[in-house]
Design a protein around this ligand. Sequence first.
Ligand code: NAD
Ligand code: IPM
Ligand code: MN
Length: 361
Amino acid sequence: TSRFRIAVMPGDGIGQEVMPEGLRVLEAAAQRFGLTLDTTPIAWASCDWYTRTGEMMPSDWKQQLDGHDAIYFGAVGWPATVPDHISLWGSLLKFRREFDQYINLRPVRLFEGVPCPLANRKPGDIDFYVVRENTEGEYTNIGGVMWPGTEQEVVLQQNVFSRRGADRVLKYAFDLAQSRARKKVTVATKSNGIAVSMPWWDGRADAMAAAYPEIAVDKQHIDILCARFVLQPDRFDVVVASNLFGDILSDLGPACTGTIGLAPSANLDPERRFPSLFEPVHGSAPDIFGKNIANPVAMIWSGALMLDFLSHCQGAGRAAHDAIVRAIEDVIRSGPRTPDLGGTASTTEMGEAIAAAVLRG
Ligand code: NAD
Ligand code: IPM
Ligand code: MN
């Protein structure tokens, strides 16, 4: 049998409500497909931990994660008590960097039974991936405020793009497109306004495209690209973007499919030198926390992506992934559904229904 060691970090807010449903469905899939999941519950990487200790993680956090194959991550952030840049740079963004999870893979799909906010769209019309660069770009802490408190006050913040960083995410996106029917890559750019890094990024995309003659490549400025997510979502297959552009597109895409409560993500080190991290795209949702109404699908689907990646997309892990996705499709179609999907079910009821559907097969 396959045995996977998974560090479980619920984090803050609805992370704590959707994580039990994610684990429930993983356990059901493990039981059905003969997988063994060794889970380590972890209370740090949360704002509660910060409030108690003054730090987001203990100093030996890396040793504590030694030997784990993956991190299953809820959401971090509780801005009422801890500033977001402290909680996120102290946890999620640290994992992405220190574990070199340079791909953030974010599927966007319209499911049958979800009212689509876009007119005249049906399942199949929206089915693409955002491949987001996950370790550099616009996300830096390099910079500072000059002449603070004066009329001359200026803030500078550096962007960092490396050839290695751009080339590896572009290559991943082109390889992904190569494995798909439509073989299409859209590159998010902004080479009209951002006059240094984005023309350079376009150049890296052109260089990569030259090695993939079968792939149709389309560069689009981020502004019109956002408009086309709404107006022509059927033209997308694989969308590759810098860290910030990918962040924005991966909330916009799922919003076009009805709710961000569905959207999963896989923060991958494709070379498997370090643990990869699987989490919903959404955050801790303080506005709905405590009501048990958060949609658990993003958490559950992220768990399916985890089993698939850990099993190298084959065998029992692949079968478990497919069964979880089918169970999600069933329950979204016929209920119970959480309020963001137009239903009245609780987080727990929806999670239980998906777990039962996994066991039924
Ligand atoms: P958010 O994603 O937490 O919430 C945005 C909106 O979507 C809210 O109205 C929320 O109720 C709704 N929503 C989110 N998930 C939902 C779900 N599963 N079901 C139903 N509705 C859902 O974004 P925000 O409000 O900008 O951020 C809140 C906190 O979360 C901040 O601290 C932020 O930094 C953090 N955050 C963390 C992550 C992460 O850990 N990966 C991601 C995004 C935001
Ligand atoms: C995401 C989140 C994070 C990001 C935040 C919480 C730092 O929005 O995973 O999309 O911007 O990457
Ligand atoms: Mn985001």
